[in-house]
Design a protein around this ligand. Structure first.
Ligand code: ZN
Ligand code: ZN
Length: 361
């Protein structure tokens, strides 16, 4: 796998120069991972024009140098990473230190101000902007995560029967994901049955699945740090009734329209509208209350967004979810979610896109 850490840091330094900052304090851990390879839970990363310094603590004294290699100088502090930052800034001051205002707590912002005599410049999403366009090996990791998630689902589908609880199905699915190599569950698995499928972010619970009900499964997998995010909705124990079929096929048509029409260069709003217009034209616009999709990468929700308020063009190389849904309170809901890689020519599926209605009889 190519080592892109130096080129990523170089691209970041260019962005910093354009902002008029001579250093960036990176505090968002996925950004630190992207720039250095460090996967631990405690670090500060100082990106300067001529070097990068990663500060961590005793727990990572062995791991940090191994993961970071030559991409940064590693400083391990036994007491406080913030004290060490203060000392580093005292020995080599910065005139303008940029910070990640979207990731910094108020308390840590006060610590930064106390640590530097120079100016502090709030910035947002500098590293996230770089992360939005994926390199080929990042796209392959997401493709592998999606394949793993699909295999796990195929393994547990036969066990979904009336009377099984959501938690039982969720446990089987999470076990299959882990056994097949998912590093972690990037978000809490959603298994929502019957009327609970109308809750877009339902908590998986003890409810037994009823015969003929929708079962909505939203689940992820992680490979080499990269996340896949899939949703399938199935009917359990009986054939779908007319209303279930109508709503399901409408969501499916909306997703199909978006998969066919999406490409980089259009805005996130235009991408969102591809699916939203199909649903709204049939009178279900109010029942699709969330955005069409989000970026995927080291985080399960990252840039760019496909939403009615996203005016930025979608960058080439972005990986996004396409997940229209219709939710009817008291009745149930349908969501279908696949993952795609955006190019100027269109959207390449990274998941299998197999959304024909499954009736588990
Ligand atoms: Zn999802
Ligand atoms: Zn999603």
């Amino acid at each position: 796998m190519p080592d892109r850490r130096a080129e990523r840091q170089a691209a970041l330094r260019e962005l910093l120069e354009r902002q008029g900052a001579d250093a960036l304090l990176v505090t968002h851990l996925p950004n630190i991972r992207y720039l250095t390879g460090f996967t631990g839970s405690a670090a500060l990363l100082l990106i300067r024009p001529d070097r990068a310094e990663l500060i961590s603590d005793f727990r990572y004294a062995v791991q940090a140098p191994q993961e970071v290699g030559a991409s940064a100088v590693v400083e391990i502090d036994q007491t406080s990473v913030w004290d060490r930052l203060t000392r580093l800034l005292a020995s080599a001051p910065t005139a303008t230190l940029a910070v990640e205002s979207h990731a910094l707590t108020v308390r840590d912002a006060e610590r930064v101000s106390a640590a530097t005599r120079g100016r502090v410049m709030p910035t947002t999403d500098l590293v996230e902007r770089l992360r939005a366009s994926k390199a080929p090996e990042e796209i392959e990791a997401i493709r592998a995560a999606a394949a793993l998630a699909e295999e796990a689902l195929a393994e547990v589908l036969p066990g979904m029967a009336p009377g099984r609880t959501e938690l039982e199905v969720g446990a089987a699915l999470e076990s299959a994901l882990r056994r097949r190599g998912s590093e972690w569950h990037p978000f809490p698995t959603i298994v929502a049955s019957g009327p609970r499928a109308a809750l877009p972010h339902a908590h998986t619970g003890p409810r037994p699945i009823g015969r003929g009900e929708f079962l909505l499964l939203d689940f992820g997998a992680q490979v080499d740090g990269y996340c896949a995010d899939l949703t399938r909705t199935v009917v359990v124990g009986a054939a779908a009734d007319d209303r279930q079929r109508t709503v399901y096929e409408l969501v499916r048509a909306a997703q199909r329209r978006a998969l066919d029409g999406l490409r980089s260069g259009m805005t996130g709003r235009e991408g969102d509208a591809l699916a939203r217009d199909v649903i709204a034209a049939r009178g279900f616009g109010d029942a699709f209350g969330h955005s069409l999709g989000h970026g995927l990468g080291l985080e399960v929700h990252e840039a760019p967004r496909l939403s009615p308020t996203a005016e930025a063009p979608l960058p080439a190389g972005a990986v996004v979810t396409v997940e229209p849904g219709i939710y009817l309170p008291g009745w149930g809901g349908v969501r279908l979610e696949d993952d795609v890689h955006l190019t100027p020519a269109g959207a390449e599926l990274l998941s299998n896109g197999r959304t024909e209605l499954l009736e588990l009889i």
